[in-house]
Structure formats: structure tokens, C-alpha cells
Design a protein around this ligand. Sequence first.
Ligand code: NAD
Length: 488
Amino acid sequence: MISQGEHDLLADVPDGLHIGGRWRPAAAGASLAVHDPATGEVLKEVADASVDDGLAALDAADAAFPGWAATPARDRAEILRRAFDLLTQRKEQFALLMTLEMGKPLTEARGEVAYGGEFLRWFGEEAARVQGRYGANPEGTGRMIVTQHPVGPCYLITPWNFPLAMATRKIAPALAAGCTVVIKPAALTPLTTLYLAQLLADAGVPDGVVNVVTTRASGPVSEAILRDPRLRKLSFTGSTPVGQQLLAQAAGGVLRTSMELGGNAPFVVFDDADLDKAVDGAVAAKFRNIGQACTAANRFIVQRSLADEFTRRVTRRVESFRVGRGTEDGVVIGPLIDDRAVAKADELVQDAVRRGATLHTGGAAIDGPGSFYRATILSGVRAGSEILREEIFGPVLAVVPFDDEDEAVRLANDTEYGLVSYVYTENLARGQRMIERLATGMMGLNIGVVSNAAAPFGGWKMSGLGREGGAEGIHEYLQTKYTLTPDP
Ligand code: NAD
């Protein structure tokens, strides 16, 4: 049941498209319903944009671009800083909104507000640090001037699993660099982005700099925007197959692209690990966001002598987890995003069991209402099981034993993905060897969560292109110009 306080918050969230600083319905009057995955109830209806609405948003981003690009970096930075302050003030509202539309426990939603807010603060600080170079060329026949410029209007596509952080991780560096944006959140969780657009306007972001298009027609709307020559950049976070399709479309306009795609993170525990720390890290890396994170540990590769003890301990922890709507006190396992996600997690578990894995706890959906799956532990997962190849995106922890370091490296790298890896060892030299041997964009060495606004987030191989966050993040939205002049 939606409480009075939740009802009041939902009433404060805009339900229109945000285009050129105005809120308006979809041109065709269509709307889409947003559901609470814990109960199936409709939370709110918001505008469902058509291709024409998408192009109107691009018109607005294009019209606002020269003015925003010419705004001094310090002024852009101050707006981002005000947005950070406002988000801090509205922390509880944003956290509750994410719990309502996405399902994560409220404590985790508060964590996401803190994490997501840091991108506004970090890139506000970075805006004033964009620099060029000036110097004599090696022949001494001229002066070289190298300058940085915003790439232009950007199209940002975000997934449902981190509704706030995936939006600020793109909007903040784009605005810091002087770019304008059209953002398209996932149709399952558009409310947080709409609420954020209102906050950014309150912070002083000028009309047309941030435009929001909510739609069920992601494919056609995106294709039309990507085909328009005024667009100069695509930044996408989502699944690898959709990312591949969008890269092909972006090729037409030779667009700059950033791709934050799927993962299949190994979590390697050596026999010289601190087991208490490894179990804590495993629980964080696996069950945060109910397992629905690109950084979620997918394969627990545990040295054989420790595998039984590790499995016993994580099973004990998991059996104490409270399941329920994320607004309830003490809930660790909220709902999955929808029934399809429940069915997929269950298929992967049943496939692993059929191929010989042992089920220690869980292994079944929970009867409705809502889309719940029991926290599940599997051990002795056999090679060839689908669960080792596919992103689980659910609360399922799968243990695979190994015998020596070479085998651990081989198993860990045996995936088309390369987003993040976790390694637990108290042996410094072994830790250093693993840094060098794992094919991964990020690594947690004796730690189960790596995300930080100041760090370059991104993957190798099929996990993506480019980096978000860190000193690198703003350069995804800048292009370089080199000018030669004669000696003075
Ligand atoms: P998804 O690929 O289905 O959708 C992502 C976004 O793309 C949504 O906004 C969706 O509406 C849109 N979309 C879908 N089809 C489209 C199309 N044909 N054209 C244009 N847009 C389209 O992914 P999801 O289920 O929302 O998110 C989960 C995936 O995101 C997982 O694979 C996860 O690993 C990945 N992810 C990656 C990161 C990262 O930083 N690497 C972070 C979070 C999530």
C-alpha cells in the first residue's frame, strides 16, 4: 500500500517531458505507468514520448548549446555545486523515490544518493581544471596551441538499476564540460530522473541545457536522435547487446561514444585470505542492489581448501536476510525489477543444479505480489553452466572451486566481459600479480565495492568503452583543437 507520505512525494514529481525548460505532456498525449516492483501497484503515470518529442528535445539541447558552452567554467561549476547542496537537502525524498520505483532497500537508496551526488560535486570541481597547452614546436618554426572544447549536444541513455547515480554520472561531466544533453531514463524507473531535472532547474541550470524524454519507444526515439547530425555524442549505460546495436547506429554520425555495458565479475578467494573480510566483501559485492549491479560479483572462485567453509559462512549470513519492500526496516532483499528478472534468475539456478551444482539455500521465487526471488547459494558449479557465462542480475551466489593461482587466473578471465574483478589474499606479491594478470577495467583487492566519483569507472572487452568519473570522466565530453601560429 502506498502511504500518505509516499503519495505526497509522488505528487511532487513532475509527470511531463522536460524540454527547453518547460514541462509538457507528450505531443500525442500518451503516458506510461510506473510500478512498485514490491507490490505491483501503479505509482504514477508519466509522459510517453514519441519520435517527434525526442527530436524536440534535441532542438532544445542544440539551441542551448552555444550559450552554455560560452558560460565561464566557474559559473557552470557553481550551478553543479548548488545542485549537490540541493540533493543533500532532498536526500530522503530521492532515496524514497528510488526505493519505490526500483525496489532497493532504503538504506541502499540513501547510499546511492550520496554516491550519485558526488558526481555533481566532483565534476563541478573538475570544470575549472580543464586546461590547454602552449609551446614551441620541436623545429622551432612555430607555436602550438592545444585547446579543449565541449563536443556538443549529447544523448544520454540510462538503465533502471541505479536511477540517480547513472544519471548524475553522465549529466555532471557533460555540463561541467559545457555540453547540453537529452537524457532518456529507463521506462521502468523514470521518476528519479524527472525529479532530478526539477532539482537541476532549481539549482540554476538554464533552459534547454538538460532535457528529459521518458518513453516506452526507446528504439525508434533513440534511432531518430542518433541519426540527427546536430547530435555529437552518445553515452549509454545498459546491456551489451543494446550497446552493440547503438554503437552501430552511432557509426552513421561518427559520434563520440561512451559505453558502460554488462559485467561478469569474478570474486577470487585464495587460501591465504582473511576469511571474515572475504565473507563481508562477498555479501556486499553480491547482494548490494539485490544483485542487480553491473559490478555484482557473478562467479565466486574459491580455493578448494576453503570452499566448504566459505560456502557455509555465506549461507549462514544469507539465511538471516530479511526479505520485503525496501521501505521496511532491516530489509536486505527487496524485489527484483520485474517478473522477467525473477524467471531469468530461476532459469540460471535450475540450469546450474541440473548440471551438478549443490543448492544450499534459496533456489525459488517467492509468491506474489511483487517480483521476489530468494537469496540463493550454489556450490560446486560445473563448467558449462549458463550462470558462469551470463550476468545473473539477482541474489544468487555461485561458488566454483580452484586448485592453484594459474587456474584461478584462467577461470577469472574466462569471460567476454571485463568490468570489475575482486580478489582476496593477504599475500602482497600475489595481490600484485593478480593486478597484472586479470583482464579487467577495475579491481577490488580485499574490498567488495569499488565505485567512487573520483575513480575512472569502466570496463575492458565487451564491458564497454570510455570511463565515467575521475579525472578521465570529463574528457569523454571534450574534444581537442590544435592550432599552429608562426613565431611571434
Ligand atoms: P538495457 O540495455 O535493457 O536498457 C538500458 C537502457 O537502454 C534503458 O534506458 C532502455 O530503455 C534503453 N534501451 C533498450 N533498448 C534500446 C534500444 N533499442 N535503443 C535505445 N535504447 C534502448 O539494460 P537494463 O536492463 O536497463 O540495465 C541492466 C544492464 O545495464 C546490465 O547489463 C548491467 O550490467 C548494465 N549496467 C552497466 C553499468 C556500467 O556502468 N557498466 C551500470 C549499470 C548497469
